[in-house]
Design a protein around this ligand. Sequence first.
Ligand code: ZN
Length: 349
Amino acid sequence: MLSIIDGHNDTLTRVFGEDGGGIDAFVHGQGEGHLDLPKAATGGFSAGFFAIYIRSLVKNPKNEPPRGDDGSWTFTPPSIEHDWALSETTRLLGCLDELLAAAPDKIRLCIDIDDVQASVDGHHLGIILHIEGCEMISPDLRELSGLYSRGLRSLGPVWSRSNAFGTGIRFGWPSSNDIGPGLTDAGKELIVACNDLGIMVDLSHLNRAGLMDVAAISTKPLVATHCGCHALCESARNLDDEQLRIIASTDGVIGCNFFTGDLRGDGRFEPDMPLTRMAEHIEHIVEVCGIKHVALGSDFDGATMCDELGDASGLPKLIDLLRDRGWSEHDLTGLAHGNWMRVLDATWG
Ligand code: ZN
């Protein structure tokens, strides 16, 4: 079974949120949710970017938002306060410490490329700590080095809401991501600081102007950890071919998102989407960027998955489908973990 590095999940938020089940649910599995230790083992999920994502005090809609007559919809999540974000971040980091202490032989925090390699080699499940939306970081970046010390190795300046660093693209279909201004001065300083510290910068959820600013400033490979292709589904979150090429031109990588709403093409969220649709997005990235620039970015525990895949235990179904479509073992290995390894080595080293 191929070892998979996955670009994004919201599992910490689910497991340590209301009714999430906590450490026991993650270590022993619970049936609910997309990712836990048993499901990871079944699916070959060896390491992933585990996000600290701060929920708004106003709940996001669980189902699809209201639509226009033509099926179009938009949803703009409310912004959140620094103090709330920081207190939640502190709580989640404490939960993560407890999780790591509960199963030290099975789960490891990955702080360098050797840790990730050991995960790929099957020694433990690797947690790469990621922040999705930097509201817990002050504009003077005073919290950043402390977060790095706690293991932070990846961040997205914004989620789908604006903050002190930039403009998060609000959700919507059909929509481009060319909405709003680029990074603020603090956002530009954040990118430089991440380059200096060795923290990967994630373009997911950023609007077009912000993406172009990161491309102009960053000296590291560009990365979108969980995005689909706008050419196949006109979701605001998806990247158009020009943006895909910009990422590839820096030797970067795009983790193809699994969220049905970003893949189907009709803007709906339902899970009755064939697995072949995932293959079509992955193969579009290959067509536009080349095989070295595609990876997986599931959004497990943060989005609707297609029924055919289900959860992390279903990952081999996707690999088998691609093999059936003519993918070589060399190319499958690049998709599964090789491309992530190259980019992480270049970014953290
Ligand atoms: Zn996301």
